[in-house]
Design a protein around this ligand. Structure first.
Ligand code: ADP
Ligand code: MG
Length: 397
């Protein structure tokens, strides 16, 4: 599959057609109030394009994890319909079911440019089973399927994949951008191509390391996962996060990098703390001198300079995983230094992963990056080189 060759909403005539749009509306909700509208706002370009073209728009999405045995008020998408109506400044009709009488009636009454929302697709347990009969029922509401839920693209469910068997299927702007940047970097990166991997554990990122090591010129490793590599080099790691069952793997990765001529950079110094706490006593030590009762919680200043130098002049940067416990100010310097280097590099820069995106946003670098991925799990799987069902299901150009 060539992900760069998928049809988009601009490749299909939507005027006057009923278009089923899968959105990512899994928003944080507290006492019926939406506490972050980021995901709703992210779908506006696609919805507004379709309104402008005079399509009849049927939105669908999942929300939370209902039992799958029918309507549950706590998991209703009604608050999203109301919120979206405010953003669009036009009515958004809310169906009381997914593929039942209410949905069918509202869908048949849509006029060009009208917008409606189906109830939570997970009210029907067939959704997550990618049940063909349910997919067909969803498809029967519309004439075209648009997938814009990148955050769910790694799931083969009826509304994210199965429905595409029954309708012309294209991506919306949000998925298009994910494909352009992440797919583009993996298939045809501007070089030098630098990957920066950090975060908590090697075990979470084995797939990403494995896939990227075949493609990049430089692989930078920081964060908690660096200590398993230190152990592989025979360094003491004190009380740092270290996965002893992954030391062999770290050795293999280092050997693979060497064999492929990939520069693998590890921190040369570290900010270590006495204990895992925001205000713990700290000091800077070289990587082969971590004292037995101290733990590495951030990369040190020499590593910041080393990494910044490797990032400077790169053509493409993919970054997943903070360089330290960046949630705590005391251990955010490494992540800030790397964010600054990426921002200043002029490279095509891609940030993926829930905590990485949150860190870059919180530290104020989000608008300096080319692409901030909207999917946590989906962007990791994409970077692992796994075929995402929600993208694979779309029609080729
Ligand atoms: P993402 O969500 O972007 O994929 P991860 O979940 O893998 O990233 O990693 C983020 C977490 O890693 C953060 O909670 C951070 O505190 C933690 N982390 C980073 N460096 C260290 C370290 N040296 N020791 C312990 N935890 C760390
Ligand atoms: Mg995470």
């Amino acid at each position: 599959m060539n992900v760069l060759n998928k049809k988009t909403i601009e490749d299909i005539d939507v005027a006057g057609k009923r278009v089923l749009v899968r959105c990512d509306f899994n928003v944080p909700l507290k006492n019926g109030v939406i506490t972050s509208d980021e995901r709703i706002v992210a779908t506006l370009p696609t919805i507004e394009y379709l309104i402008g073209k005079g399509a009849k728009i049927i939105l669908c999405a999942h929300f939370g994890r209902p039992a799958g045995t029918g309507y549950e008020e706590a998991f209703s998408l009604a608050p999203v319909a109301k919120y979206l109506a405010g953003l669009l400044n036009k009515g958004v009709k809310m169906a009381t079911d997914i593929v039942g009488e209410s949905a069918k009636k509202l869908a048949s009454e849509l006029k060009d440019g009208d917008v409606m929302l189906l109830e939570n697709v997970r009210f029907d347990k067939r959704e997550t089973k990618n049940d063909p009969e349910f997919s067909k029922q969803l498809a029967s509401l519309a004439e075209i399927y648009v997938d814009d839920a990148f955050g769910s693209a790694h799931r083969a469910h009826s509304s994210t994949a199965g429905v595409a068997d029954f309708l012309p299927a294209v991506c919306g702007y949000l998925i298009q951008k994910e494909i352009k940047y992440i797919g583009g970097a993996l298939e045809n990166p501007k070089r030098p191509f630098v990957a920066i991997l950090g975060g908590a554990k090697v075990s979470d990122k084995i797939g990403v390391i494995n896939n990227l090591i075949d493609k990049v010129d430089t692989l930078i490793i920081g964060g908690g996962m660096a200590y398993t590599f230190f152990a592989a080099k025979g360094y003491g790691t004190g009380t740092s996060l270290c996965e002893t069952d992954k030391i062999t793997l770290a050795k293999e990765m280092m050997a693979k990098a060497e064999a492929k001529g990939v520069a693998l950079l590890l921190p040369i110094d570290n900010k270590v703390g006495k204990e895992y706490a925001a205000d713990t006593e700290v000091k800077i030590v070289n990587s082969d001198e971590i004292p037995a009762d101290w733990m590495g919680l951030d990369i040190g200043p020499k590593s910041q300079a080393l990494f910044a130098d490797a990032i400077k002049g790169s053509g493409t940067v993919i970054w997943n995983g903070p360089m330290g416990v960046s949630e705590w100010d005391n251990f955010a310097s490494g992540t800030i230094a790397v964010a600054k280097a990426v921002a200043d590099s002029g490279a095509v820069s891609i940030i993926g992963g829930g905590d990485s995106v949150a860190a870059v946003q919180k530290l104020g670098f989000a608008d300096k990056m080319s692409h901030i991925s909207t999917g946590g799990g989906a962007s990791l799987e994409f970077m692992e080189g796994i075929e995402l069902p929600g993208i694979a299901a779309l029609n080729d150009k």
